[in-house]
Design a protein around this ligand. Structure first.
Ligand SMILES: Nc1ncnc2c1ncn2[C@@H]1O[C@H](COP(=O)(O)OP(=O)(O)OP(=O)(O)O)[C@@H](O)[C@H]1O
Ligand SMILES: N[C@@H](CCO)C(=O)O
Length: 320
């Protein structure tokens, strides 16, 4: 459930009147998502998403996100542009929140992606990377590898989340600190391209959404995040080689990875697994059990970490 803030109809009509999108027909809260309040806004001019930014998105970062989405949407990527009002303004205020009207894209997020869908998302990620490489903006990756120890420390007792987790995390952090690569191709990446952030119709990608973790980092790390989130069984214990190879094949259609990137992928995927293991563990401890938001289970990302630690993990990153 992700409607935290009520929008008054008069305030909404006033907001919409600033745009060339007609007048309001309806505005319904969207249940999916946990971070922001999202509404499906229908006007006489079409369908839009109205997003009210709640606590996680820093208002100061919004101009970066607006510029990034405008850049990518203008380069033939299936990415929703922010709608600008008649004065060219995209970031508005309503109900005491910063808010944006965003282009609506059709499609549904796959819950159990097929190899064909993995191949399509790999290609869409690669095409997005080609477009992002020319984006002049940048943003520190506040969820990047330099910040994982702080997330672990802020979580508190990791053993209370999963027995033995403290030692596992300490060992992995030390390993990743000692071996994290340098100098790989980098630009602004999505950094959270889970299936719930992709809209599809059949095996066609119709939307890449939720760029609010987008930041400057290795493009191969973005591919590792996508690999970790698209190619495993729900409990994270099994990586489906067909899906993994299909994802890599799709990406390779758009981007020729360097040898250094290919060699680094298993390690980057260990990092990606640790990132989501830690943020989920943090939220597990710090989200009250009766909160509106459903807490996400960290354990499937510990299982993924174990899979990527195995000696044959490189075989999951080939594109046969
Ligand atoms: N541009 C769009 N076009 C169509 N539907 C969208 C669009 N943006 C968001 N949605 C719908 O709204 C839902 C929530 O959006 P989103 O994932 O951005 O939520 P959130 O709360 O910001 O993020 P999170 O996934 O981190 O909880 C999506 O699952 C999708 O159904
Ligand atoms: N996609 C993340 C949430 C956003 O960081 C997860 O499933 O843990």
């Amino acid at each position: 459930m992700a409607v935290y803030t009520h929008v008054d109809p008069d305030d909404l009509a006033a907001l919409v009147s600033r745009y060339d999108i007609g007048t309001v027909l309806s505005c319904k809260g969207i249940a999916e998502g946990v971070e922001n309040s999202n509404f499906l806004l229908e006007t006489t001019g079409g369908r839009f998403i109205l997003t009210l930014y709640e606590k996680r998105v820093q208002v100061g970062d919004l101009p970066f996100f607006v510029d990034l989405l405008d850049h990518l949407a203008g380069r033939d990527c299936p990415i929703p542009a922010m709608v600008h009002d008649r004065d060219g303004v995209a970031i508005q205020e309503i109900a005491g929140r910063a808010a944006c009207v965003i282009q609506f894209l059709s499609g549904i997020s796959p819950s159990h992606p097929t190899p064909g869908q993995c191949e399509a998302v790999g290609a869409a990620l690669g095409a997005m990377h080609r477009a992002a490489a020319g984006f002049p903006g940048g943003r520190e990756n506040s969820m990047g590898h330099r910040h994982w120890r702080a997330v672990a420390d802020a979580t508190g007792d990791l053993d209370a989340v999963i027995s033995g987790l403290q030692d596992i995390v300490e060992t992995e952090l030390a390993f990743l600190d000692a071996n994290w690569p340098e100098g790989l191709p980098a630009h602004v990446i999505h950094a959270d391209l889970f299936p719930d952030n992709v809209l599809m119709l059949g095996e066609t990608v119709t939307g890449l959404i939720d760029f609010y973790f987008a930041a400057s980092d290795f493009r191969a790390y973005d591919l590792a995040v996508t690999h970790a989130s698209w190619t495993f069984s729900d409990d994270g214990s099994r990586c489906d080689a067909d899906r993994a190879h299909a994802l890599m094949r799709g990406y390779a259609r758009e981007i020729a990875l360097t040898e250094a990137e290919i060699a680094a992928l298993p390690l980057l995927a260990r990092g990606a697994s640790l990132r989501f293991l830690l943020t989920r563990a943090h939220d597990w401890v710090h989200t009250p059990a009766d909160a509106l938001v459903t807490r996400k289970d960290p354990a499937p990302f510990l299982n993924r970490l174990r899979r990527y630690q195995a000696g044959d993990a490189a075989s999951l990153f080939t594109a046969p």
